[in-house]
Design a protein around this ligand. Structure first.
Ligand SMILES: NC(=O)c1ccc[n+]([C@@H]2O[C@H](COP(=O)([O-])OP(=O)(O)OC[C@H]3O[C@@H](n4cnc5c(N)ncnc54)[C@H](O)[C@@H]3O)[C@@H](O)[C@H]2O)c1
Length: 392
């Protein structure tokens, strides 16, 4: 990776996941930023990383850092990405890119102005069989895409005692399930099909209107294995559940179900594409199997094997057939794409990874979905919606 060096801000679930993938890739992580200097120091010591920062200003001023990874709660993505670009750093920002399309548009424009590489961590694209599915769609193997449907269901917020910063709109933003897990699915749908959404209509529900918030902070998913001793009752303002209908430009349709309160569903992220010649279906909890459906011959189940994949995506499968690849490998493949692009230095080439434009597109979609829920009607999606119509 030509000596490129990274720093990581936010040391929870994602911060450690980013560091692990970067190290497997051979990228040096020179420094870490935690929510306090003490947390940064403890993490740096335990991971054998030379430096921890006192604050984000110190991180972006570090001349040894080429790429800044932003793994903090959502409300910090915009100010941190902005500050990093302004200090001349390439950025890999966790999703969602921002908490409004006004912010995400500003980040897109800043990335364009600076010419820096600005990626959003839509890592789920990099499951080998999702890459294979996209290659098959592009090669015309399922014919014309008629509709895509699926969902993302979780159970980690099932109990009224389950708590995380995502439940606080000041930290997570005004959309919860839609921004947190919905944008993963929507990004996948747009990327797989190459389609753009023309209009949406959606329904939200909050089945657990009151929750017990622990007085101490709880890392993501940690609430499933620890019981808070002290808690306060809070009213929940964001959606536990969303159902979304999509009308794509050109006539294709989509149906998406999201939930963070579906008992037994851990990270049940799945999609099915129905085309005019064949269907494809994939489920994150069985990521090494791609189902291929036909009307006039037996269906097939492709077990991940680089030898059986399209040549263009074969290099993105890291292990031979029969050796399962999973969630951590998607981060590795995403960073391989970003860091080799930076190392190559020709930024006029198309970017083979999710960019700030993709992150902005998701913010525009979130806003259209939100507007549809409040106005109980179909809402047209305009990519530059934010300029006239954004709701901060
Ligand atoms: N791509 C994915 O698959 C995926 C999965 C989970 C989360 N995410 C995204 O990653 C981000 C982080 O989520 P998480 O699950 O890791 O949350 P987390 O709560 O586990 O970690 C966030 C960390 O940021 C720290 N933090 C808070 N304020 C900070 C500050 N000012 N400076 C530095 N650190 C600060 C917190 O103390 C915490 O340790 C979110 O935006 C989330 O949407 C992405």
């Amino acid at each position: 990776m030509d000596g490129l060096r990274a720093a990581v801000a936010g040391l929870g679930f994602m911060g450690f996941t980013h560091v692990e993938a970067l190290r497997r890739l051979g990228v040096e992580v020179v420094g870490l930023l935690g929510s306090t200097p003490e947390k940064g120091q403890a993490a740096a010591q335990s991971l054998g990383i030379p430096h921890f920062y006192e604050d984000f200003g110190e991180l972006v001023a570090d001349p040894t850092v080429d790429v800044v990874h932003i793994c903090t709660p959502n409300y910090l993505h915009y100010p941190m990405a902005k500050a990093a670009l302004e200090r001349g750093k390439h950025v890999i920002c966790e999703k969602p890119l921002a908490t409004s399309s006004r912010q995400s548009l500003e980040l897109v424009q800043l990335a364009q102005k600076t010419g820096l590489v600005a990626a959003v961590n839509y890592n789920l694209r990099y499951y080998p069989l999702c890459l294979e599915a996209r290659a098959r769609v592009q090669a015309g193997e399922i014919g014309q895409v008629r509709f895509i449907h699926g969902g993302y269901l979780q159970d980690w917020l099932f109990f009224a005692t389950d708590w995380n910063w995502r439940l606080d709109p000041a930290l997570g933003g005004k959309w919860r399930a839609v921004a947190d897990i919905g944008t993963h699915w929507l990004d996948m749908a747009l990327w797989l099909t190459g389609l753009r959404v023309a209009a949406v209509i959606a329904d939200f529900a909050t089945f657990i209107p009151t929750r017990l918030k622990p007085r101490r902070s709880v890392d993501t998913f940690a609430g499933k294995v620890t019981a808070p001793e002290e808690a306060e009752e809070v009213q929940v303002q964001t959606e536990d559940y969303a159902a979304i209908l999509l009308a794509f430009e050109g006539g294709a349709r989509g149906v998406l179900t999201l939930s963070q309160i579906s008992a037994g569903r851990k990270n049940h992220f799945w999609w099915e594409l129905n085309g005019s010649q064949a269907s494809l279906s994939w489920d994150q909890e069985h990521p090494n199997e791609l189902w291929i459906g036909y009307r006039d011959r037996p269906n097939e189940l492709l077990i991940k094997d680089p030898a059986l994949m399209h040549p263009a995506v074969r290099p993105l499968a890291g292990y031979p057939g029969g050796h399962a690849e999973g969630y951590p490998d998607t981060f590795l493949q995403l960073y391989k794409a970003v860091y080799s692009y930076i190392a190559d230095g020709d930024f006029s080439r198309p970017r083979p990874f999710p960019t700030f434009e993709d992150g902005h597109r998701q913010m525009v979609l979130c806003e259209a979905i939100w507007k549809s829920v409040r106005q109980k009607r179909w809402v047209e999606v305009r990519e530059r919606l934010c300029e006239k119509d954004a709701h901060d």
